[in-house]
Design a protein around this ligand. Structure first.
Ligand SMILES: Nc1ncnc2c1ncn2[C@@H]1O[C@H](COP(=O)(O)OP(=O)(O)O)[C@@H](O)[C@H]1O
Ligand SMILES: [Mg+2]
Length: 395
C-alpha cells in the first residue's frame, strides 16, 4: 500500500479520473467540495463537505489529514486554494501569487501587457460600463473575470450585442466584473504540458474546435496539431517565459491560445490538468498517462517522462445540440457507429427524450466520442461523418 495521502479538490465527474487513478496507485485519497452528492466522494477514503474556495477550512483538513499532496484537476476556482495550502504546508504547488494572477482574466491580461506579450486590447467592465460605439468596427469578446468552460462568454459584434449580453456575462462573475477584449480571428489551440525544473519537459499541442458564434464552447480537440512548426515553437518559447515569470518550475499546465499568421496570443493559462477529456485523448493518442503523472507529481514523486512520443491521429468530440428540446438522435446509427473500428468510444450523457439545452458552454454537452483517423485529414472527415450520422438534436 502506498501510504501517501492526496487531497483532491472537488469530486464531480471531472475529478473522477484523478480520484480513480490515485486509488489505483494505492494512495489514500481525501476529497472535499460543497456538493455531497458529487460522485467522487464515494470513491475516496475520506470526504468532506467544505467548499474548494474556502482556503482556511481546506488548510485545516489538509493539516488534520497530514496530506502529502494537493491537486485541483479540471477546476479553475480551486487553483488558488491548492496553491495556498501547498505554500502553507511546503508541498508541491505553484506560488499563490501565480495562481491569483492566472485565475483572474483581468489580472492575467495586466500581466501579459506588463511583460509585453502579445495580448488583445482589453477593458475591464462592470454593469455601468459604456463602450465607445466605434469599437465595434470589428468583433470583440466579452467574458466574466473568473469563470470557466466558456460560461457567460459571447462574441460581440455591435453595441446592441454588448448591452444584450452584458448582464448574462456578469452573472457568472462572483464579483460582477468582466472583460471586453478584441476577438482575435485565428487558429484556436490548446497546449497541455509539463514543466520540470523550469523547462518545458513535455508538451502536447491540440487543435481546438468551438461551437458556432456568438458562443465559444469547446466542442472538440484534435491531435496532432495542424499549427505550422514555427508557430508551435513560438508558442513554447512564450509559455516557458510565462512560467518563469510566474515563478513556476514544476507542474502541469493547460493553456488556450489563438494563432494568427505570425503571432501567438495566450488567452488563458492554468497550472492544472485540462478539462474536456484531454487526459483521455492524450492517453489514447500517445499512451502517456498525464493523470498518473499529475497525481505522483503533486505528492512530490519523481517520475520518468518520455523523451519522444508518437501521436496516433485522434480526436475527442464533445457532443451537443443547437436548440433546447427533447434529446433525439439516430439510434440505429449510434449502435452502428459504436461498431466502427475508428470509433473508440461513443457515449450519450442523457436518456432519449430527456430535456437538453443548447451547447453554449461546457456544462451543456450531451455526450462524447473518442475517434481515430488514418491521418489528420481523415480524422477531420471522420468527425464530420460521426456528427452527420448521429443527427443529435433537441426537438
Ligand atoms: N480574445 C479572444 N479572441 C478569440 N477567441 C477568444 C478570445 N478570448 C476567448 N476566446 C475563445 O473563447 C474561449 C473561452 O475563453 P477563455 O478565456 O478560455 O475562458 P474560459 O475560462 O471559459 O475557458 C477560448 O477557448 C477561445 O476559444
Ligand atoms: Mg479556456
Amino acid at each position: 500500500m502506498n501510504k501517501k495521502t492526496l487531497l483532491v479538490l472537488a469530486a464531480s465527474i471531472y475529478q473522477i479520473p484523478t480520484i480513480a487513478t490515485a486509488k489505483r496507485l494505492e494512495y489514500r485519497v481525501i476529497t472535499t467540495d460543497d456538493v455531497p452528492s458529487n460522485p467522487g466522494h464515494a470513491l475516496s477514503d475520506q470526504s468532506y463537505g467544505v467548499s474548494t474556495i474556502d482556503q482556511q477550512a481546506v488548510l485545516e483538513i489538509a493539516r488534520q489529514e497530514n496530506i502529502d499532496g494537493i491537486i485541483a484537476p479540471c477546476t479553475d476556482v480551486a487553483v488558488p486554494t491548492s496553491a495556498y495550502v501547498a505554500e502553507q504546508l511546503g508541498l508541491q504547488g505553484v506560488p499563490l501569487e501565480c495562481a491569483n494572477t492566472v485565475f483572474d482574466k483581468i489580472a492575467f491580461r495586466e500581466f501579459l501587457n506588463r511583460h509585453a506579450f502579445p495580448a488583445p486590447k482589453s477593458y475591464p467592465i462592470t454593469l455601468n460600463y459604456q463602450p465607445n460605439a466605434d469599437l465595434f468596427r470589428h468583433s470583440w469578446i466579452m467574458k466574466p473575470d473568473r469563470s470557466s468552460g466558456s460560461k457567460g462568454i459571447f462574441i460581440v459584434r455591435s453595441l446592441s450585442d454588448f448591452y444584450q449580453y452584458l448582464p448574462e456575462t456578469l452573472r457568472f462573475s462572483p464579483t460582477a466584473r468582466g472583460i471586453l477584449e478584441e476577438f482575435i480571428d485565428g487558429f484556436q489551440g490548446t497546449c497541455e504540458g509539463i514543466v520540470n525544473q523550469g523547462e518545458l519537459a513535455l508538451t502536447f499541442i491540440l487543435d481546438r474546435r468551438t461551437v458556432n458564434p456568438p458562443h465559444v464552447a469547446t466542442c472538440g480537440h484534435h491531435l496532432p496539431s495542424a499549427l505550422p512548426p514555427q508557430l508551435q515553437e513560438k508558442l513554447l518559447v512564450i509559455l516557458k517565459k510565462i512560467w518563469h515569470l510566474l515563478g513556476v518550475t514544476d507542474g502541469l499546465f493547460d493553456c488556450d491560445f489563438v494563432a494568427t499568421e505570425n503571432e501567438i496570443y495566450i488567452l488563458e493559462i492554468s497550472p492544472r490538468l485540462g478539462g474536456n477529456s484531454i487526459a483521455t485523448l492524450l492517453k489514447k493518442a500517445t499512451g502517456f498517462n498525464i493523470v498518473e503523472y499529475s497525481v505522483k507529481q503533486a505528492c512530490g514523486e519523481v517520475t520518468h517522462l518520455p523523451t519522444t512520443v508518437n501521436i496516433r491521429p485522434t480526436s475527442v468530440v464533445l457532443l451537443g445540440v443547437e436548440k433546447e428540446g427533447r434529446l433525439s438522435y439516430n439510434q440505429t446509427e449510434l449502435e452502428a457507429l459504436r461498431q466502427e473500428v475508428w470509433v473508440d468510444s461513443l457515449s450519450i450523457d442523457f436518456a432519449w427524450g430527456e430535456l437538453v439545452y443548447p451547447f453554449i458552454h461546457g456544462r451543456n454537452r450531451v455526450g462524447e466520442a473518442l475517434i481515430f483517423g488514418n491521418n489528420r485529414n481523415d480524422l477531420d472527415n471522420k468527425v464530420r461523418e460521426l456528427k452527420q450520422r448521429l443527427q443529435l438534436e433537441g426537438i
